[in-house]
Design a protein around this ligand. Sequence first.
Ligand SMILES: Cc1cc2nc3c(=O)[nH]c(=O)nc-3n(C[C@H](O)[C@H](O)[C@H](O)COP(=O)(O)OP(=O)(O)OC[C@H]3O[C@@H](n4cnc5c(N)ncnc54)[C@H](O)[C@@H]3O)c2cc1C
Length: 442
Amino acid sequence: MPEGLRRLPIRRQHQAVEFAVLSPCVVIVALWLWSKTRPGGWEVTLPQALSQVLSLIAIQLFAIVLVIAARSRGIERIYGGLDKGYRTHGKLAKVAFGLMLAHPVLLVPHYLATGQPVPALFWFADFWPRNVGVASWYLFIGFVGLTLWRKVDYQHWLVSHRVLGVPFVLAGVHAVAAASDVRAFEPLRFWVVFWVVLGTACWLYKLFLYERLARRYAYRVESVEEKGGGILDLRLAPDGARMSYEPGEFAFLSVQGRADVSPEQHPFSLASDPARRGLRFGVRQTGDYTKSLSRLRPGDRVDVFGPYGEFTSYNFDSARRQVWIAGGIGVTPFLSMLQHESHTEDGKRLTLVYSVKSRAQAVYAEELEALVAMEPAIDLVLHFSDDEGFLTGERLVALTDQPETTLFLMCGPGPMMKGLRRQLLGLGLKPHQIDFEEFDFV
Ligand SMILES: Cc1cc2nc3c(=O)[nH]c(=O)nc-3n(C[C@H](O)[C@H](O)[C@H](O)COP(=O)(O)OP(=O)(O)OC[C@H]3O[C@@H](n4cnc5c(N)ncnc54)[C@H](O)[C@@H]3O)c2cc1C
């Protein structure tokens, strides 16, 4: 395998994620086992021991979940971009939630065996550390359970995430204050307190300080153009310092001072050439917020938070042969990357496949054709799925004469990316030859 592919960060990202998640869990379990070496440490039944260790892992995972959500640039790097970080965040939250639920349930056999009333496990008593734990348990069920196991809309999902820190803090207090190994054994107590404080700090930062302290740039609307096919082309000009970014990154937009457009933050890929002063976004109008953006007028203020993301030309620079697959509005990061690559003149071979339902939906086709016309090393393939059916892995592999060293980058609807990834792997490609950008955090 050539040097270029070996130096790709994708494989390292998988390892980094595993390390970032597993190593604190291994430490907390090791410290718990160490705590058991104290005299009388093992005087517990198996369900009790399981209940203890699983609840510690749950606290550890929830702390990591809150750290990811703080949108730190360093943390984002570990998780392969904020979009993938949020995916990991969702998976970890599910596991942690399950473990948290199991904590009192696993104690039921012990209560039955010792003749204690089982309902007491799930209700308040005259011992405050227990009550804090019970309150935390019910709050977790209320806030997280609802959002994880029922399809709620994004705004409710967001609210549940804002309050997630409350049951987490209560669970941490319960672990430290209850008559437990955490309270009795200093190294374990130190580790748990450290992660509870870190998780709480990240939660409070995101809740109260992010808007003030995060990288935020003031921009003004330059133009808003309906491009057809439900797509809006939004151009912004800096109103002061401009944001520098890498091609393929994304930012959160927050419209200011318009009663008819919400100031809530929404992520969009930067479709512009990073060498230029202005920013450009291609917005597919799917819901209330994106539809409301057509009300923007030149001069309106838009705050831009970012940049974020690891799906950038710089990270993929070492792969000399690349096939890019854009599904619909997933073309936006490639617009930026294409403009960047047209300056680099470093001899990379690129093929961009722009897949849409029909010619009418290919709103960026003309612009892409004009860009690639000047670049002999870049090819454009337009794919209309109404006429040709869905794109297939075979079709993509046939586009390159060196499939085993080609990097395949995708951005588009989730099912399309999943399906193509599975097909490409089935054709013998390695996981580190495929990367993608997700347009959805949930
Ligand atoms: C990294 C990234 C890059 C993106 N780039 C683009 C782009 O270049 N062009 C484009 O058209 N779209 C892009 N999106 C998607 C865009 O953010 C959503 O379509 C938009 O926020 C939907 O808002 P809505 O209320 O109009 O639609 P709705 O129909 O209400 O929401 C559709 C879905 O979008 C997601 N969503 C809604 N609100 C938010 C929010 N505040 N933050 C995050 N996700 C949300 C939810 O999963 C929701 O189910 C990107 C998303 C991500 C995560």
